[in-house]
Design a protein around this ligand. Structure first.
Ligand code: SF4
Ligand code: SF4
Length: 288
């Protein structure tokens, strides 16, 4: 996918014409804190929110609402002639659009998809509206807290990846020189996110997407840190005493699948990540 990098000082046609075009036929991925925040806004439980408004167990918003004039289905949180029903708690991807934010090898970049400014496709009237710097646009959209949440979940993702590495490199799997674990990691680089989801045990998905954290819903950084603790302690409880090579290998693959699933929700590229991590593991002696 070709992307165009933008810089904070760039002047772009960022005043929205409010036609709701980008709330149709789009893809909006969520991190676990955004799911809780959206469920609160809709005054329903997280489980009900996931069931009614998302696909992939909460990883992305469902776009099966009323179609617009060009046949694209609306996000099912979109209300015709009104707009977004969760505006106050809309996720980072919606706050940023038409800008995107990508993380490549831990570096954050602002971009837009393609070489033509995305709004020009269906809302060319933006050219008549005032231009804004990217920086002013982000301030107006109040992305700060949401970006911090995303970055905190980047840490959670990295910590999960570290468990997968540790199971592979710090146990007798490493001495055994077995290739199966990295072969399974490699397979995931060619799998869809649905296939990766199918690898993950239901109790891990429950902990990843609907953690029982009630006390800091308005504090995403704290929320993500508590979530990290829950994930780490489950890994310790479930994988801390493993002995056999096949159990260790399965555990490493399971945790890597969970890591890649979370990566997708926070705007990272699972394929690029797994390829990078395979090379890292090989450089530390793992065999493929
Ligand atoms: S495509 Fe751009 S101008 Fe049109 S509704 Fe979305 S953000 Fe606004
Ligand atoms: S959450 Fe709101 S802003 Fe985002 S796509 Fe759905 S309706 Fe549009």
């Amino acid at each position: 996918m070709i992307t165009t990098k933008v810089h904070l000082g760039d002047y772009l046609p960022l005043t929205c014409s409010r036609k709701g075009t980008c709330c149709h036929g789009n893809q909006v991925f969520l991190n676990p804190w955004e799911i809780v925040s959206l469920a609160n806004e809709k005054k329903c439980s997280v489980t009900e929110f996931i069931e009614n408004y998302t696909d992939l167990k909460g990883l992305k918003l469902r776009f099966d609402g009323v179609k617009n004039q060009i046949g694209k289905a609306a996000c099912n949180l979109y209300i015709d002639d009104f707009g977004c029903s969760v505006h106050k708690s809309r996720p980072l991807a919606c706050r940023l659009f038409p800008i995107g934010r990508q993380i490549q090898e831990n570096e954050i970049q602002y971009i837009y998809q393609g070489t033509e400014f995305p709004c020009l496709n269906c809302c060319s009237e933006v050219l008549e509206l005032p231009k804004l710097t990217v920086n002013d646009y982000l301030s107006g959209q109040e992305t700060d807290l949401y970006e911090q949440a995303q970055d905190e979940y980047l840490e959670v993702m990295q910590n999960l990846a570290d468990i997968a590495f540790s199971l592979l490199l710090d146990t007798k799997l490493a001495e055994s020189n077995e290739p199966e674990t990295l072969i399974e990691w490699r397979k995931m680089s060619n799998e869809s996110i649905e296939q990766i989801l199918n690898r993950i045990d239901s109790e891990w998905i429950k902990l990843l997407m609907t953690p029982s954290i009630n006390e800091c819903v308005n504090k995403p950084i704290e929320f993500a840190r508590k979530h990290n603790e829950l994930l780490q302690s489950k890994a310790q409880e479930q994988f801390g005493q493993l002995e056999s090579l096949s159990e260790l290998s399965k555990a490493s693959v399971q945790i890597m699948a969970i890591t890649l699933f979370l990566a997708k929700g926070i705007g990272a590229d699972p394929t690029a990540l797994i390829e990078f991590w395979i090379e890292t593991a090989k450089s530390h002696g793992a065999r493929e």
